[in-house]
Design a binder for this molecule. Structure first.
Ligand code: AMP
Ligand code: ZN
Length: 469
């Protein structure tokens, strides 16, 4: 098939034609959330833009297989392998177990995604489900000389590589590592940039989840998780790997290092990175305490899709500054769009009249995913005097398979409600079973999970009833 998309590739530092390995098929991997807290709207900017990319690939006719991990172990508070496991920190904060925290925040993440019309990837895999895969790959890296054991941990030896800094500028990154290392230096490392594949020793020895391995009871490092989960589901070659820019170094450099050392050939061809959403105090971050979530936007009266619109109005490679003022503008533009399309009567669509608009829409997104230009085309459709109401509706429906703004809303809203209702019923049944088994902690956790998605429950003599709000 014709490859029309051009995309900025962090690997080559250039906008280049996107040509997958196999004609018409795309394997796509996304770094998933670390589920120790709610996602902030910065994280969700990254997932929204990745969602648009996936949907545009499908729009162009590619068969996409998208995989995402859930980081539920091994992501330490510093990316330079020092500090405490973020999951354990979350568990302590809430006096729960790591797996309870993981379950709760993974559900909260997907609930936010649903509100923002972000499609669930085809395969979602928690890291804790793949321990055998990690152990197998780490074993192979030890055997082929790219890894070594020291002080109880297994490290990747970056000194064995000709060019470790494939994705980033060496000087900048050395500075960054220098800053981190001056806080805490791991003297087991042969090279400053070496990273842990498997931990058995950490100064935080109360790590909750540990597994047997040939190197002792321990847990995997964060980087190995993504390499293995990608290879497990997408094989030895990957077309497209995504994440936020903070993932470039060290996470994605390390993923490339270990995957290619293991496979013995180049691994992933295109690297797509979304710049950060910042607030007045700088980069939005979960560890900062107070942060903006989708629920908070809703509490302030915003439709989550207005935030999606806010993101689409900017290019993914530009840093985006959040302010309620700009969100208000986006919400107004969004409401104008929705009202405009809702007012259109159903009717005949005229293919010849529609074609140039469809072409402009494709050109905008094919040019390194220019979403703001795609929105301009959408507004042009609404205004176009030569387009019939039926043609406008048809184009909105087509464009919305990529933009997902719920432009022809009513039917969509009903679908989400049905999905939510089915999920609520399922959770209520699980809660009843937990109560019967006297597992009240689990029953409470389910109640909280329901509440996180806006569902209140009441136990009555006739059974549990629920309502939204
Ligand atoms: P985490 O849950 O911390 O592992 O991050 C999930 C995703 O959000 C990753 O792809 C990060 O690169 C991305 N991310 C983190 N902070 C921001 C931010 N302020 N703006 C946009 N994306 C971010
Ligand atoms: Zn990753």
């Amino acid at each position: 098939m014709e490859n029309r998309l051009s995309l900025y590739n962090t690997l080559t530092r250039a906008v280049e034609p996107f040509v997958p390995r196999e004609d018409g098929k795309v394997s796509m991997y996304t770094c998933g959330p670390t589920v120790y807290h709610f996602a902030h709207i910065g994280n969700l900017r990254t997932y929204i833009m990745e969602d648009v990319l996936e949907k545009f690939l499908r729009f162009l006719g590619y068969q996409v297989t998208r995989v995402m991990n859930i980081t539920d172990v091994g992501h330490l508070t510093s990316d330079a392998d020092t500090g405490e496991d973020k999951m354990l920190k979350g568990a302590k904060r809430e006096k729960k177990t790591v797996l309870e925290i993981a379950d709760f925040y993974a559900n909260a993440f997907f609930s936010d995604c649903r509100k923002l019309a972000i499609k669930r990837p085809d395969i979602v895999e928690p890291a804790t489900h793949c321990i055998d895969d990690f152990i197998r790959v780490i074993g192979a890296l030890l055997e082929n000389g790219f890894a070594y054991e020291a002080g109880g941990n297994v490290y990747f030896d970056t000194g064995k590589l000709e060019n470790y800094y494939v994705l980033s500028n060496q000087k900048e990154e050395e500075l960054a590592v220098g800053v981190r290392d001056s806080v805490e230096e791991d003297t087991n490392k042969r090279n400053k940039t070496d990273f842990v594949l498997w931990f058995t020793k950490s100064k935080f020895d109360d790590q909750e989840l540990k597994w047997d391995s040939p190197w002792g009871l321990g847990y995997p490092g964060w980087h190995i998780e993504c390499s293995c989960i990608s290879m497990k589901h997408l094989g030895e070659y990957l077309d497209l790997h995504c994440g936020g820019v903070d993932n470039i170094f060290p996470h994605h450099n390390n993923e490339i290092a270990q995957s290619e050392a293991y496979l013995g050939h180049p691994w992933c061809k295109y690297w797509f990175h979304v710049r950060h959403l910042n607030d007045d105090s700088g980069k939005m971050s979960k560890s900062k305490g107070e942060f903006l979530t989708v629920s908070l936007l809703e509490k302030n009266g915003y439709d989550p899709l207005a935030y999606r619109m806010f993101c689409l109005q900017s290019h993914y490679r530009k840093p985006l500054r959040f302010s309620f003022e700009v969100l208000d503008n986006a919400a107004q533009a969004y409401s104008k769009l929705k009202k405009g399309f809702a007012a259109l009567a159903e009717g005949e669509a005229d293919e010849a009249a529609m074609a140039p608009y469809r072409e402009s829409f494709i050109q905008a997104l094919a040019n390194d995913l220019n979403t703001s230009m795609a929105l301009t085309v959408l507004f042009d459709v609404l205004k176009a005097p030569e387009l019939s109401a039926g043609s406008k509706r048809k184009l909105a429906e087509e464009f919305d398979t990529v933009l997902s703004l719920g432009l022809l809303e009513e039917e969509k809203a009903a679908e989400v409600d049905a999905e939510l209702a089915a999920w609520a019923e399922e959770q209520i049944a699980k809660r009843a079973a937990a109560k019967k088994a006297k597992d009240f902690a689990q029953a409470d956790a389910i109640r909280e999970e329901l509440a996180a998605r806006g569902i209140q429950i009441k136990d009555t003599r006739e059974g549990t009833v629920w309502s939204v709000g």
